[in-house]
Design a protein around this ligand. Structure first.
Ligand SMILES: Nc1ncnc2c1ncn2[C@@H]1O[C@H](COP(=O)(O)OP(=O)(O)O)[C@@H](O)[C@H]1O
Ligand SMILES: [Mg+2]
Length: 348
């Protein structure tokens, strides 16, 4: 007896052409039936391209043919009808959007320590100061540093009807973090699927309310783990944080490739630790300068701005009051405000 689970599992091996994501997780499988050993599957596409439909059909047939004992197989791939066909061209349109979350933006980096989390918290607070409703989702499973940087020590509570988690708030920003789920310094040793499930709940089972922006701090890197996270969360855009020296190492290109694989528009690059202002006022470019901007020009993407290396940025982070809040007039805070405005312009 062939089970529905077996069919679904087989279909999970079928990628949407040009994407690293499979047809099941895109929500394309609409009907699925099995009688004795005869299997019938129906998929509904949101894109109007017949060659895509043909490709998916043959890929599904190949994946299902190997089911043990299969006698009959019927795979149907439907194209959207009417005006929708011309309008729709992304499989993401099938993705369940979370009502209330207007723009979900991921913040990524090539490696740790480049200031991704620092940028996320300052960007979140800066957008809030600009009048937006903002949430921050810390997905860094290995080093969730954001609760500390946001000065949040309380944990989420449960809503009155016990159906949702209520995120703690500070500096006007709602926060959910992997850090809330671990006690003390215990590292999270969960496996991939558990992490994905938890992150999914952070999106759907958290009372975010109406937000203009939900910023998602991804774990450092651009590998499979980060890619799966990008697939788990319905993203509207991605920001890449880099240092000048990293920018020249092709790290940015990997970040771009990651977002492209999941069809997430790249909003641009932030160059952090861009320069240092010495006590005598001299501008010192410790890691070189302009790598981020040059890389953006080469790649044809937006340069969102540069943030100086500034002791106060670290001190503010350690104190739980991001610099855009603690010293809004400082050059460092102004740099983050400029990045926030550039992000706003880019998503608009
Ligand atoms: N522009 C900056 N100036 C000074 N210190 C910074 C700056 N950006 C980040 N830092 C510090 O560098 C360390 C690493 O930053 P963090 O944001 O945690 O990086 P990531 O999230 O990429 O691992 C932190 O101690 C942070 O305070
Ligand atoms: Mg971090």
């Amino acid at each position: 007896m062939i089970t529905e689970d077996q069919i679904k599992n087989a279909l999970r091996g079928v990628k949407y052409p040009g994407f690293s994501r499979d047809v099941v997780s895109f929500g394309l499988v609409k009907e699925l039936s099995v009688r004795d050993h005869a299997v019938s599957v129906s998929l509904q596409l949101t894109s109007g391209a017949p060659e895509i439909a043909a490709q998916i059909k043959s890929d599904c047939e190949r994946a299902l043919k190997v089911l043990p004992g299969l006698t009959h197989l019927h795979v149907e791939v439907k194209l959207p009808a009417g005006p929708q066909a011309a309008a729709a061209h992304s499989p993401w349109q099938n993705q369940n959007r979370v009502p209330g979350l207007k723009k979900v933006i991921a913040v990524a980096s090539g490696k740790g320590g480049v200031g991704k989390s620092t940028t996320s918290v300052n960007l979140a607070c800066a957008l809030q100061l600009l009048g937006a409703r903002v949430g921050l989702l810390d997905c860094d499973i290995y080093g969730p540093s954001i609760p500390l940087m946001m000065g949040i020590r309380s944990k989420p509570t449960v809503s009155a009807d016990e159906s949702k988690m209520v995120p703690p708030v500070n500096h006007g920003v709602k926060l959910m973090s992997m850090g809330f789920l671990v006690e003390g310094d215990n590292p999270v040793i969960w496996r991939g699927p558990m992490i994905m499930k938890t992150i999914q709940q952070f999106i759907t089972a958290v009372e975010w309310g109406d937000l203009d922006y939900l910023l998602v701090d991804l774990p450092p890197g651009t590998g499979d783990a980060q890619l799966s996270l990008c697939q788990t969360v319905p993203l509207d855009g991605g920001v890449i944080v880099t240092t000048p020296q990293e920018a020249s190492l092709g790290v940015v290109r990997k970040g771009i490739a990651m977002f492209e694989k999941v069809n997430v528009p790249i909003l641009g690059i932030v160059e952090n630790m861009s320069y240092f202002t010495a006590p005598n006022g001299d501008r010192v470019e410790i890691f070189g300068h302009g790598g981020g901007r040059q890389e953006c020009e080469r790649q044809g993407i937006t340069f969102l701005g540069e943030v100086p290396l500034f002791t106060e940025i670290r001190i503010a982070g350690d104190a739980g009051v991001p610099i855009v809040v603690s010293a809004p007039q400082s050059p460092a805070a102004q740099a983050f405000m400029a990045v926030a405005r550039a992000v706003q312009a880019e998503v608009a």
